[in-house]
Structures are given as structure tokens and as C-alpha cells.
Design a protein around this ligand. Structure first.
Ligand SMILES: [Fe+2]
Ligand SMILES: [Fe+2]
Length: 290
């Protein structure tokens, strides 16, 4: 556990609702819509993650796991608040946020039972962790991005890497009567299903956003989406390595020297932006939604 990063909840407001931008990513509607098509699901997702892990805080005795759940819940609560503001911005741009949130909620409600919800949380956390590694590992990626969005995504990416191991720690600490191989197969199948469902919803949301922006989803637009996803910036291809790593039996989330470098870089960028000191005295208290 020595290489487990410190989880620092940072209560920062980015005020995206007051300055929505449909082309915040390099002035490019399609790149922005692809990220927004995923981002619009985050408030539903993050409330689901907190509700999935927090019940175990009363059952698990390992102090490291308990501390991880507490830091995790605070970070995700702040993310939820800022992504609700983000979604208010998407609403102001004329997007069908309610419809997109309803679909995300339906997808998450398919997970039945406490353990299954933790497995789904692990799967989505691994997706956000993979995205975050890609963001923090390529600082030039966000160089020409609208500054308010760049700050929000850097902050979110940093905290996703800091807490990437928590859901897996909880999963491994939950007692189960199932043999290890059955638990492993269940985790891998869930991961594949969740990745397919999230990508499908994000893409459909992006199409809907493009149409709501007054542009048709022509063959040319679809090909350009493919280029963005697969080639440059490679929104999906860049995630494959970290996602595949999580399919290793016994995988316990991120950590290690590579993540330590990413975290150091993220903390330095936030400090340079004047958003948060590199060293915090203690996590600040904050809202944890019920
Ligand atoms: Fe988050
Ligand atoms: Fe997270």
C-alpha cells in the first residue's frame, strides 16, 4: 500500500454554467461534442459510484480502505457539483441533457446488488482513470482548449488518478463465497459490457449535440468522429493500454511510479493555474450527496 497516492479533495468551482462553449476543445465542435457526450453522464455516474462504495465504509475494517472511501466520496461529490454546473452549461446550449441523463441512469440501474454495483464502479473508474492518464500524460493535448474547461479537466483528471485504486480495494475486501475464477470472469464480462454501453451512449449523445448545434450528421461528420476517436487525438485508442491492464487477474487499480509522475505533474499544473497548493494540510470537508 506504500505506493497508494494521497487522495486530496479540492473544493474548486469552475463556473462552466456561466460560460458554456459548444466548441471549447480547440474551437472544434466535434471534438467537444465527443467529450461532452461522455461528460453529460458524469453527475449520474458519480452519484452512483458514491452510493455503491459508501455502504462498505460501515462493514470493512481495513483503515486504509476506509480512508480511501472517505477521500473518494469527497472528491466525487465535488466532481458531481462541478459537472452539474457543466450540464447546466450544456442545457443552455440547447442540448437534451435530461434525456441523456435518463439514459445514463437506466444503464446504471442494470447493476443489481451491492457487489455488482462495485464491479460496475470499478469498470467506469478504470475508463475515467485511463482518460485521466491520457490527459495528464499529454499536457500539450489541452494547450489550445478554452481555459475554464482546461482547468476543470486537469483537476478532474488529477483526482481520478489519485483515487483510481479505491473501488478495486473495496472490491477485493468484500467477502464472497464465489470461487476466484468466477469473480474474475464476472469482472471481465462486466467491464466489456460497461465499455460498450458507455461508448455507445457517448457517441449517440455526441450525434444529438451536433444536430442540436444545427449541423447534420453526414458521412463526412461520422468519418471525422472516427478519426478523432481512433487516430488523433485518439480518444479511444489512447485508453486501450490502461483498460487492458485492468483485465489482469488480481488487478488492484492504478499506482506506482508512472502514476506518481502523473500526479506530480497534475498538482504542478493546478498550482501554476493558481487553483490549489501542491501540498494540502488536510482534506477539506465537503458535501457528500445521499
Ligand atoms: Fe470523478
Ligand atoms: Fe472517479
Amino acid at each position: 500500500m506504500d505506493d497508494t497516492p494521497e487522495i486530496i479533495p479540492r473544493d474548486i468551482r469552475f463556473g462552466i454554467a456561466a460560460q458554456p462553449d459548444r466548441a471549447w476543445f480547440d474551437g472544434d465542435l466535434l471534438k467537444s461534442a465527443l467529450v461532452d457526450g461522455f461528460a453529460v453522464m458524469l453527475p449520474e455516474g458519480e452519484r452512483f459510484f458514491i452510493r455503491s462504495l459508501r455502504p462498505f465504509a460501515g462493514e470493512l475494517k481495513d483503515p486504509e480502505v476506509l480512508k480511501g472511501i472517505q477521500g473518494y466520496a469527497l472528491q466525487e461529490a465535488f466532481h458531481t457539483r462541478e459537472h452539474e454546473s457543466y450540464n447546466d452549461g450544456l442545457r443552455a446550449l440547447g442540448y437534451d441533457v435530461e434525456g441523456m441523463e435518463a439514459k445514463a441512469k437506466r444503464m446504471l440501474s442494470a447493476a443489481q446488488g451491492p457487489r455488482s454495483r462495485v464491479v460496475v464502479t470499478c469498470a467506469i473508474e478504470q475508463i475515467t482513470y485511463s482518460m485521466s492518464c491520457s490527459v495528464l500524460g499529454r499536457p500539450k493535448l489541452l494547450r489550445r482548449v478554452n481555459p475554464a474547461y482546461r482547468r476543470l479537466w486537469t483537476w478532474h483528471a488529477l483526482e481520478e488518478v489519485e483515487h483510481s485504486a479505491v473501488a478495486f480495494q473495496v472490491l477485493h475486501a468484500i467477502p464472497s463465497r464465489l470461487p476466484g475464477w468466477k469473480r474474475y470472469v464476472g469482472r471481465v464480462l462486466t467491464f466489456g459490457t460497461v465499455v460498450a454501453a458507455v461508448c455507445n451512449l457517448a457517441l449517440r449523445n455526441a450525434f444529438s449535440m451536433v444536430r442540436a448545434s444545427g449541423q447534420e450528421v453526414t458521412l463526412g461528420v461520422r468519418l471525422r468522429f472516427l478519426w478523432i476517436i481512433l487516430v488523433y487525438p485518439g480518444f479511444i485508442t489512447r485508453l486501450i493500454g490502461a483498460c487492458l491492464a485492468s483485465l489482469r487477474p488480481g488487478y488492484r487499480g492504478g499506482g506506482g511510479a508512472k502514476d506518481a509522475r502523473l500526479i506530480e505533474s497534475g498538482r504542478r499544473i493546478l498550482a501554476e493555474e493558481g487553483l490549489a497548493p501542491i501540498h494540502h494540510a488536510a482534506p477539506s470537508p465537503g458535501p457528500i450527496p445521499a
